[in-house]
Design a binder for this molecule. Sequence first.
Ligand code: ASP
Length: 299
Amino acid sequence: MEAEPGFAHSIDQLKAGVGAVDALVAGISHVEAAETVRSVGYGGWPNMIGEMECDGAVMDGTTREVGTVGAVPGTLHVAALAREVMRRLPHVMLTGQGARRFADEIGFNTQDMLFPDSKRVWSKKLDMVLSDEERAAFPDIPLVPLSNVITDPERVRDTTVFLGMDQTGGAGVATSTSGWAWKYPGRLGDSPIPGAGFYADSRFGAVACTHTGEMTMRCNTAHSVIEGLKFGLSLDAAVERAAEDLLDLGTGFLGEVVIHAFDTKNNHRVVSMNGEVPVSYWYWQDGMSAPEKRQSDQL
Ligand code: ASP
């Protein structure tokens, strides 16, 4: 079975001795370009007004340096762009037009990001929920009421998160997503938010979350797992402790959350909360002849 696009590229880079962040970005760039991946990059979904706004991030667990970009228009390779924020600027995060301006300045092409099938599905959804009058005036209509009937986090599955450790023991993480389908313009999920959607610390491990960012941003979930490891919990206990905080939420938008984590003692854990079916993920470690597709635990 062929693994997730780009997974083999990251493995090749790690085998060749490339550092974790570069190896992960090399792989994730293939996911961003793949039309078949319907939650990330070109195959992803637009916001409520039909514009693609992507989020991406990287974190180097050795230096704890971070680069993130959020709600970036017209940009395919947002994880690579986030890496450039980390390397070239005295900042951690750029959003919207500022991120796009930075992309222009360093040679990332503007790209038409709206995949024809995504446009078709978005347009059909608007036809279903808007009156003829609202449809004619769109997008110059109040979007707040529409937000509650149209936003569709269930359409988004498996924001791509790549976690890895390089030959020097450096842990890293990279994320990339188009976020919730039909989200309110400017909405950021957890994928560009350090501590919520991702965290890496080469002393302890690396973590990334997918699905309902509106929950992990309230619980600082990725860092919460690392904090558990720091205070001596096993990986299982650290993940379950972070999951308890999510499961305790009783208000706001509640949905599925998946936590992906590994520690420096050769353990990894992927758990899914509030989901109906386990989530698949790809796993490889040195010594395995090929990556394996595995299933999350359900909490
Ligand atoms: N966590 C992402 C977000 O909130 C979406 C996802 O992973 O499905 O934007």
